[in-house]
Write a protein that binds this ligand. Structure first.
Ligand SMILES: NC(=O)c1ccc[n+]([C@@H]2O[C@H](COP(=O)([O-])OP(=O)(O)OC[C@H]3O[C@@H](n4cnc5c(N)ncnc54)[C@H](O)[C@@H]3O)[C@@H](O)[C@H]2O)c1
Length: 313
């Protein structure tokens, strides 16, 4: 007999229910990006949320949280404020602390935060919550030091750093964190259309990194699915003026152009991405793995740009 999708749910309405689930969202350092919106959506659905925050941004993030600077964005539907169970230091460029060069380890923004590597994060999660206590892992981080340079002018080291921080970091996070995840857990990363199509201005090997990220999503879905029973997906998000995207320098024009030329002539909102992330992490997404889901108002489907409104004859 077919099992009802509502089985085990208290309510008769279809709902995204993440109560009892714990999430680690890597790549949250302010309230303006996709990581924050995803953390909030997961919490709205009942999950407890920890963050992995880049050490150079860690202190300012914690201070701003404590001083109430994010209180408006922290407001949840039930009136409470979004809270983080733990805020861990994480530099996803390093798999172990020994991989971090001396000048990074002794840098004043890194010194004193403890083991900020991916292995260190896994160790802290295991210490704090036990062996199998994570259900959702979100990789919402990227960095390409030469992103403003066309691919043709990108150095080998800039290219490899983009791939290392923005794509290999997902492979490493799955390899260190999947053993801590409960079966049916969900891993999610954030990609961009430049993985598949030419997006001038998104340089430095970042397009290559997103292509690798999407390909790895499929292979990791297979390997981690068989080994740990978890799912691995990516959301390819439309452009949004987060802190990271604003640093690229073309985000306003990209947002305007994309919204004007998409089937739905609207700006993608971080909340759109957050809601899709919560859905994918929930039991409603139980059948979805190895997928790149576009949350871009349909822009990726266009073969010929037009800003005109179309009305059927
Ligand atoms: N904003 C967009 O237009 C857009 C579109 C599609 C996909 N994305 C992707 O969404 C994800 C989140 O980016 P965002 O745009 O929301 O910006 P954001 O600034 O909110 O998030 C990027 C985060 O990455 C962190 N980070 C950078 N290097 C790191 C490292 N070595 N270790 C750990 N953390 C590091 C930053 O501190 C920051 O918190 C990225 O993967 C990005 O490529 C963004």
């Amino acid at each position: 007999m077919m099992k009802s999708i509502l089985e085990g749910h208290e309510f008769s309405m279809l709902s995204i229910d993440l109560r009892g689930k714990r999430a680690l969202v890597a790549g949250v350092a302010d309230d303006g990006g996709f990581g924050w919106a995803i953390a909030k959506a997961l919490a709205e659905a009942g999950a407890t949320v920890c963050t992995g925050t880049w050490p150079p941004a860690l202190n300012i993030f914690k201070t701003m949280l404590e001083r109430g600077k994010f209180d408006d964005s922290r407001k949840m539907n039930d009136g409470s404020l979004l809270g983080f169970e733990r805020i861990y230091p994480l530099d996803a460029a390093y798999d172990t602390l020994a991989d971090a060069p001396e000048d990074v380890r002794t840098n004043r923004r890194y010194a004193g935060v403890g083991d900020f590597s991916i292995a260190g994060l896994a160790q802290r999660l295991a210490q704090d919550f036990g062996d199998k206590a994570i259900d959702i892992v979100v990789h919402s981080l990227a960095n390409g030091p030469e992103v403003k340079k066309p691919l043709l002018e990108t150095s080998r080291s800039g290219y490899l750093t983009a791939i290392s921080v923005s794509a290999y970091s997902l492979v490493s996070m799955v390899s260190y964190l999947a053993p801590l995840m409960r079966p049916h857990g969900s891993v999610l990363s954030l990609s961009y259309l430049a993985a598949l199509r030419v997006c001038p201005g998104y340089g430095g090997g970042m397009s290559s990194a997103k292509a690798a990220l999407e390909s790895d999503t499929r292979t990791l879905a297979f390997e981690a699915g068989r080994k740990y029973g978890i799912r691995v997906n990516a959301i390819s998000a439309g452009p949004w003026a987060s802190r990271a995207a604003s640093a690229i320098g073309i985000i306003d024009e990209t947002m305007r152009y994309t919204a004007a030329n998409a089937p739905l002539q609207e700006q993608v909102q971080p909340e759109d991405v957050g809601a899709t992330a919560a859905f994918l992490a929930s039991s409603l997404g139980a059948g979805i793995t190895g997928t790149v889901l576009f949350v871009d108002k349909g822009y990726h489907t266009m073969g010929k740009a037009t800003e005109e409104r179309y009305s059927a004859p």
